[in-house]
Design a protein. Structure first.
Lengths: 249, 541
C-alpha cells in the first residue's frame, strides 16, 4: 500500500498564546510547536496499514515555512518512510491550501490519503474533504476505526449517540479522530534513522484565496472558582447561586 | 517539637544506577554519549562536532523538549559563548539585554539600605538571559552540526564492564503506579559509547552513583542551595540588576535574592537559600512570596503578571567540593555535575560551558588514532580544568561560602577579608559538613496566605511551571523509614513544589508535582530518573 499523510505543525495545546502585533496572527516567539495531535492518529494509521500490508510506502507531506521540517522529522522518527516539504506560506483560505496539496498528491499513486480531522489551532476542518473533492476521491471524515481489505476500506465514525459504519473503494481520503489508535512515541533508533530518511523540498506558491482574517482575540479569562461551604449545610447557598447567579437551574 | 537530623532519615542511593550487565544486542553505538542537554553538555557536543566531525555524538535529555528543565537567574558572562562561536557577534546570541546598572541592598522587614557592590558581584559587561532560551538556541546550533539530540530520554543507569563505563540505559516509559506496562509502554534503550560525559546538572544521580562506586571523594562534601524563581510580565522596564541580602532569611541562613531585567517588559525575581539552614520550618517558596511584598519589590511587580515559576538547586561547595577526580575509565563529569559554580560571583553557566569545551578537547585527542577513552587518556581533562579559569576563579573564593556557615554577620566580615587578600585569608580550608548533617529545629512562624495577585500557593506555582506530569506515573522518590510528623513538616516546607505534605503524623507524597529541583535528594527523600518528558516545561526560566 502507498499511503500519504498530510501533517500540520501547531502550537502546543498548553502554550500561552499571545496575539501578534498585526492583530490577525499569533506571536510565535518562545512558543513550542508540535505535530497536530489529530494528525498523529493519521501517521500511526498509515504506519500500521503499511505494516499490516507487509509492503508499500508511507509519505508525510507538510505545507509551510522551513520550521515544518522539524514536524516532518517527528513523523519520520515514528516510522514514516519519507517526507515532502511543500515550501510556501499557507493561505487563510483552506481551499487554496487544499489545491496545493491536491496538485502534489495527484498522480502519486496513493491508495489512501490521511489527514487529522482538524488542526487544533484554527479548527478549519476543511482541507481533507476539499483535497478529496479536488482529487475526485471518496472521503470519510472523523473516523475512529479503519480496516482495509481487498481494495476496500471499512470505517467507523462516531455520531450523536452511536457509531456509523461505512465503507468505500480505495483510493480514498480519510480524516482521523481521537480513538482511532494510540500513536506510537518515536524511539531513539527511530530518531536516529529519521535523520537519514529522504526529505524532499518542493517550493510552492499558495494563492491568497478569498478569506481574510480580520482579527484574532483571546477568549475571556475564566473567573476563579468559589468554595461556598462544605457538606450538606452548603447546599442551600449553592442552589441559590446556581439559580440566581449562574442561572443554570 | 523535636530536632530533625535529616541524614538519619535518608536512604542510600539505589544500586540500580550502576548496571554491570552486557548491553542489549540492539544497543545504539556512538563514540561519545553526553547525558544532559544543558549549557555544559551542548557546549561539549558543539565544540566536539566542530573539531572532530567524524565522531558519532549523542546527547540524552530528560526534558520533553530542550531547555524545559533548565533554570538559572541569570546574568551570564559571555566569554564562553564567544569562545565557542568565534564567528558570531554578541547580537547573534540569545541575550535578553546587557547589564546597564546594578545595586545591592541589605534588607530588613520594612526597609532596605543600599550597600556597596562586593567586587565579586560586579556585572559590567555581562548579559541577562533566560537559560531556557539559551539552551534552545544551543540545541539549534548543535542540530545543524549533525549531533543527535534525544529530548525525552532520561538516563536511568550507567552500564559498566569491570571498572569501565561503557554506556547508558534509558528509563522505561509508560508504566503505571505499580510499574506494570500500560499501552504507552516504552522499553528502555541501551546506548554504548567510548566516552560517557555526565552533564546531568545539579545533584545528578548517575554522577553520585559513579563517585560512590569509584570512591571519588572531595575535600569537603558538596553543599547545595535551593533557588525559587518567578518570571513576571511588567509594565515598566527595570533599569538595573538587583541583589539583596538579609530579610526574609534568618541570620543563620546563607542566601539572598535577585531581580533582573529581561528586556523592556519582563523581569525575573528569585530567592536562593543554602540547604544547611537551621529552622526546620524555613520555606524558600513562601519566603519568596513574602519578599515580593517588600517595599523594594512590590512597586516593580504591581500591575504585572506572574507568567512562569520554577525551582532548582545550585551546587555551592566551591573549590573544596570539586571531586578529587573528574574522569575515569570511559567517563567524564562537566558543569554543575562537577560543581563548577562560583558562589561569590553568582556564576556557573560560563564555567559549565568551558568545562564542556575542555572535555571535548580531551575527547578529541583521546579518541583520535583509534584511542579507546581509557582513564589515562581522559585524565588530561582533569589537568586542563585545574589549570583553567574555572579552578583559578573558584580557588580565589575557596572559603567565602564556607565562612557563612555560622551566620551572616561574621561571614560577611570574613568574606570581605578574603576578597582583600585574594583568598589567602584565613589560610587553610574551612571544614564544611554535608547539608543533611545539619540539625533542624522548628521555629515559631506566622502563617502566610497568598493573595493570588502578587503571591501564590505552591499548587498554583507548580501549574505555572507547566508541569503536566502523568498522574499515574510510578513514584520516583524514595522516602526513608520512620518519618515522624516533625520530619514530614520539614519536608513539606523544604519542597517548593508541594510534593510532600504532613497528614496528621504521617507524610503524604505527591510525586507528579515534582519539578526536579533535587532539594530533597540533598536532605530528604532521594530523587531517581523517571519517564521522559515528566516534570516542568519551562520556557522562560
Amino acid at each position: 500500500m502507498k499511503i500519504a499523510v498530510c501533517l500540520r505543525r501547531v502550537p502546543d495545546t498548553t502554550a500561552k498564546i499571545v496575539i501578534g502585533a498585526s492583530g490577525s496572527s499569533i506571536d510565535e516567539a518562545g512558543i513550542k510547536f508540535v505535530p497536530n495531535p489529530y494528525d498523529e492518529y493519521a501517521v500511526e494509521a498509515a504506519i500500521a496499514l503499511k505494516e499490516q500490508a507487509g509492503a508499500g510506502e508511507t509519505v508525510v507531506v507538510g505545507l509551510g515555512g522551513d520550521t515544518v521540517q522539524e514536524t516532518l522529522r517527528t513523523a519520520l522518527a515514528m516510522g514514516v518512510d519519507r517526507a515532502v516539504h511543500l515550501q510556501g506560506a499557507p493561505s487563510a483560505d483552506g481551499l487554496e491550501n487544499a489545491r496545493v496539496l491536491a496538485d502534489h498528491l495527484r498522480g502519486g499513486g496513493y491508495d489512501a490519503i490521511l489527514f487529522g480531522k482538524l488542526a487544533v489551532d484554527d479548527y478549519g476542518q476543511q482541507t481533507g474533504a476539499m483535497v478529496a473533492e479536488l482529487l475526485e476521491l471518496p472521503c470519510a471524515t472523523a473516523i475512529t476505526k479503519l480496516v482495509v481489505a481487498d481494495g476496500r476500506a471499512s470505517v467507523e465514525r462516531e455520531v450523536e449517540g452511536g457509531v456509523e459504519p461505512a465503507s468505500c473503494a480505495l483510493p480514498a481520503v480519510f480524516t482521523c479522530d481521537k480513538g482511532l489508535n494510540n500513536p506510537r512515541l518515536p524511539s531513539l533508533k527511530g530518531i536516529m534513522a529519521a535523520k537519514k530518511k529522504p526529505l524532499e523540498i518542493t517550493p510552492v506558491t499558495v494563492a491568497a484565496g478569498g478569506v481574510t482574517i480580520v482579527s484574532l482575540a483571546l477568549p475571556p479569562e475564566r473567573a476563579a472558582g468559589r468554595i461556598v461551604g462544605e457538606g450538606a449545610a452548603a447546599v442551600p447557598a449553592l442552589m441559590q447561586l446556581l439559580t440566581a447567579e449562574a442561572k443554570v437551574i | 517539637m523535636g530536632v530533625v537530623l535529616p541524614v538519619r532519615h535518608q536512604v542510600p542511593l539505589p544500586d540500580t544506577l550502576i548496571q554491570a550487565v552486557p548491553p542489549s544486542p540492539e544497543a545504539i553505538e556512538l563514540d561519545v554519549l553526553i547525558v544532559g542537554a544543558g549549557p555544559a553538555g551542548l557546549a561539549c557536543a558543539i565544540q566536539l562536532a566542530k573539531t572532530s566531525p567524524d565522531l558519532a555524538i549523542g546527547v540524552l535529555e530528560k526534558a520533553g523538549s530542550l531547555g524545559e528543565h533548565s533554570l538559572s537567574g541569570a546574568v551570564i558572562n559571555p566569554v564562553a559563548l564567544r569562545a565557542l562561536f568565534p564567528d558570531k557577534r554578541d547580537d547573534e546570541f540569545p541575550f535578553r539585554q546587557s547589564v546597564s546598572g546594578e545595586a545591592v541592598y541589605f534588607m530588613t522587614e520594612s526597609g532596605s539600605s543600599r550597600i556597596p557592590t562586593p567586587p565579586t558581584m560586579k556585572n559590567h559587561g555581562n548579559f541577562t538571559v533566560s537559560l531556557c532560551e539559551l539552551v534552545r538556541w544551543l540545541g539549534l546550533q548543535a542540530e545543524t552540526l549533525g549531533i543527535n539530540i534525544f529530548p525525552g530520554f532520561p538516563a536511568e543507569s550507567l552500564l559498566v564492564d569491570g571498572q569501565r563505563v561503557i554506556g547508558v540505559r534509558t528509563v522505561t516509559g509508560g508504566l503505571d503506579r505499580g510499574r506494570n506496562p500500560t499501552d504507552m509502554f516504552q522499553e528502555p534503550t541501551d546506548l554504548v559509547a567510548k566516552v560517557v560525559v555526565l552533564a546531568e546538572g545539579t545533584r545528578g544521580p548517575l554522577a553520585q552513583a559513579w563517585r560512590d562506586w569509584q570512591k571519588v571523594g572531595s575535600e569537603n562534601p558538596q553543599i547545595f542551595a535551593l533557588g525559587v524563581k518567578e518570571v513576571w510580565d511588567v509594565a515598566k522596564p527595570l533599569d538595573r540588576v538587583i541583589h539583596t541580602m538579609g530579610w526574609p532569611l534568618p541570620r543563620d541562613a546563607f542566601g539572598g535574592s535577585w531581580c533582573y531585567p529581561m528586556g523592556p517588559n519582563q523581569i525575573s525575581i528569585g530567592l536562593v537559600v543554602g540547604l544547611d539552614y537551621h529552622d526546620a520550618g524555613l520555606d524558600v517558596h513562601e519566603s519568596l512570596q513574602r519578599l515580593k511584598l517588600h517595599p523594594l519589590f512590590r512597586p516593580l511587580l504591581e500591575g504585572g503578571t506572574m507568567v512562569e515559576w520554577g525551582a532548582k538547586t545550585i551546587p555551592e561547595g566551591g573549590y573544596y567540593a570539586i571531586p578529587s577526580r573528574l574522569s575515569g575509565d570511559g567517563l567524564m563529569m562537566i558543569g554543575d555535575t562537577a560543581g563548577f559554580v562560583d558562589v561569590p560571583s553568582l556564576k556557573g553557566i560560563h564555567y559549565a560551558m568551558e568545562s564542556g569545551m575542555l572535555a571535548s578537547a580531551t575527547i578529541a585527542t583521546a579518541l583520535g588514532n583509534q584511542g579507546t577513552g581509557d582513564a589515562q587518556s581522559l585524565a588530561a581533562y582533569d589537568r586542563a580544568v585545574r589549570e583553567s579559569r574555572i579552578v583559578r576563579d573558584m580557588h580565589r573564593t575557596r572559603n567565602m561560602r564556607l565562612a557563612f556557615k555560622d551566620g551572616f554577620v561574621g561571614g560577611a566580615m570574613k568574606a570581605g577579608l578574603m576578597t582583600l587578600t585574594g583568598g589567602a585569608f584565613p589560610g587553610g580550608r574551612i571544614d564544611m559538613p554535608a547539608d543533611a548533617a545539619a540539625p533542624r529545629e522548628m521555629q515559631p512562624r506566622q502563617p502566610f496566605v497568598p493573595d493570588n495577585v502578587l503571591t501564590f500557593s505552591k499548587v498554583d506555582a507548580v501549574f505555572k511551571a507547566g508541569n503536566a506530569t502523568r498522574d499515574t506515573i510510578p513514584s520516583h522518590l524514595i522516602v526513608g523509614q520512620d518519618i515522624s510528623g516533625d520530619v514530614a513538616d520539614f519536608y513539606a516546607h523544604l519542597c517548593p513544589a508541594g510534593v510532600y505534605e504532613r497528614d496528621g503524623d504521617t507524610l503524604r507524597v505527591n510525586p507528579p508535582n515534582c519539578v526536579d529541583c533535587k532539594a530533597t535528594d540533598v536532605v530528604g527523600p532521594r530523587w531517581t530518573p523517571r519517564e521522559g518528558g515528566s516534570g516542568p516545561k519551562y520556557r522562560l526560566m
